[in-house]
Design a protein around this ligand. Structure first.
Ligand code: UD1
Ligand code: CA
Length: 462
């Protein structure tokens, strides 16, 4: 079966008051769109992944492209200029879905969906003209309700269109539509032109295709998620801040359980927040509270102590990241010690066995093997060789108000406390810079540089 996937992500999300479109709201640092896309990308039987964008189309397309690049897949977006409903969304996407295969349609606001759930659904939907996945919910709130007659699906009815005279009390209707569908493309082509927006929402509902298909005598299946190892919570839609918070909690727990089961040691696991897209190897030890986001990669044997925030960080084994560190787009090699209270900004590279201590900030800087910057130091746009020691309060003055300049420090140097290195400047191998210096000229290898006022001793006034 040739299956393409379509993510519906064009809606406004009026129940989520935020300047960002709803599918760009995040859970564990990942947008709902990235989470849904990565789930689909993990399913071998899904071919192309298309994203339907409309509201804030540029922002959403940019996120789709960024996600595709991260996952190493092709992505393409289709524009729905006016958001006339989920049925109209599918109509808009049809020209991009050529062929006689199938389309797996998923709402972009179902960030907890897993490959297991979708695989169960696709297995049960095999060969159908149309199918959707349903779920029993105690409090079914605003979900569309599945109406059955003698166990057989007859329609999906939106909560606001639900007529108790026809279907019985709404409170008793617990089977809901999850917003996951499979349509054979020939069936969709036949049914879509018959959709109308004659309902309370004034929209074209994708859900009306169910009754339309049945009226045509098509094979339409309502597949229940229950009893197939599907977590119910995997199917919850996110429409409001309350639902977003609940979904994020579920995802945090799911991710922590997964890490524990794979052999990662977590202390206070409920406070360890790890993006589903970050890779943490077994044998890593993490102390909560701690946050690891983006495309971070933590290798076996690393220890991450509490209150750290890592984003797109690469941490080797044999390292220790002590409490209260911030690491973003930076790399730490084996044996290095970071923190407490250190900040590694983009393109910081801390080589083997180097130390970065409290209140030290590195940006676009390579700190050589075994080098140490232990206290109150800023190293920006710098290349530091191995075995260098920085005294407390060293600063690379890399910015003159207009441009950035580099500082190069050779191996084995000793930079005295409270030194300002005014870039561009080079300090040769094994040079020594006296404490309190302002270094504005290159220091030759093996020399001592002093750039400070000479101390004078005078008599005190009586
Ligand atoms: C929809 C279903 C409902 C189901 C629920 C599950 C319909 C009519 N109803 O309701 O039966 O129980 O999902 O969560 O489909 N979108 C577009 N273009 C549009 C409109 C929406 O791309 O013109 C996208 C939205 O961005 C969203 C998804 O479709 O990701 C679902 O839309 P939403 O308005 O959230 O539908 P619900 O009212 O939740
Ligand atoms: Ca929704």
């Amino acid at each position: 079966m040739n299956i393409d996937a379509l993510i519906l992500a064009a809606g406004k999300g009026t129940r989520m008051p935020s300047p960002r479109p709803k599918v760009l709201q995040t859970l564990l640092g990942e947008t709902m769109l990235a989470l849904v896309t990565s789930t689909l990308a993990a399913m071998p039987r899904v071919g192309r992944i298309l994203t339907l964008v409309g509201n804030e189309a540029d922002m959403v397309s940019a996120e789709a492209a960024r996600t595709a690049e991260r996952l190493g897949i092709a992505s393409s977006c289709i524009r729905q200029e006016k958001q006339l409903g989920t049925g109209h969304a599918l109509m808009t996407a049809m020209p991009g879905l050529g062929g006689d295969g199938c389309v797996l349609v998923v709402n972009g606001d179902a960030p907890l969906v897993t490959p297991e759930v979708l695989n169960h659904f696709l297995d049960a939907a095999e060969g159908a003209d149309a199918a959707f996945l349903s779920l029993e919910l105690e409090d079914a709130a605003a979900y569309g309700r599945v109406v059955r007659r003698e166990g057989k699906v007859s329609a999906i009815v939106e909560a606001r269109d639900f007529d108790p005279a026809l279907y019985g009390p709404l409170e008793d209707a617990h089977e809901v539509n999850t917003g996951i569908y499979l349509f054979s493309l020939p069936a969709a082509r036949r049914l879509l032109p018959r959709l109308t927006c004659d309902n309370r929402g004034g929209e074209y509902y994708i859900t009306d295709l169910v009754a339309l298909g049945l009226a045509e005598g098509m094979d339409v299946r309502g597949i229940r998620a229950e009893g197939a190892g599907c977590e119910k919570t995997a199917l919850l839609g996110v429409n409001t801040p309350v639902e977003l918070a609940a979904a994020e909690e579920i995802l945090t727990k799911r991710r922590a359980d997964e890490l524990l089961a794979s052999g990662v040691v977590l202390h206070a696991p409920s406070l360890v927040r790890v993006s589903p897209l970050s890779r943490v190897e077994k044998g890593v030890e993490i102390f909560g509270p701690c946050e690891i986001y983006g495309d971070s990669e933590i290798k076996s044997g690393a220890r991450i102590l509490s209150h750290c925030v890592l984003r797109d960080a690469r941490i080797d084994g044999g390292t220790e990241i002590r409490e209260f560190c911030h690491i973003e787009k930076a790399e730490v090699k084996s044996g290095a010690l970071i923190g407490p209270y250190a900040r590694l900004r983009p393109q910081a590279f801390v080589d083997e066995n180097a130390h970065v201590g409290n209140f030290v900030e590195l940006k676009k800087t390579r700190l050589g093997k075994g080098s140490k910057a232990n206290h109150l130091t800023y190293l920006g746009d710098a290349e530091v060789g191995p075995g260098v020691n920085f005294g407390a309060g060293t600063i690379t003055c890399n910015y003159d108000g207009k441009n950035k300049f580099r500082t190069v420090i050779g191996e084995g140097c000793f930079i005295g406390s409270n030194t300002a290195l005014v870039a561009p400047v080079t300090v040769g191998d094994n040079a020594l810079v006296g404490a309190g210096s302002v270094i504005v000229e290159d220091v030759p290898a093996g020399k001592l540089a002093l750039g400070r006022g000479r101390q004078v001793i005078k008599e005190r006034r009586k």
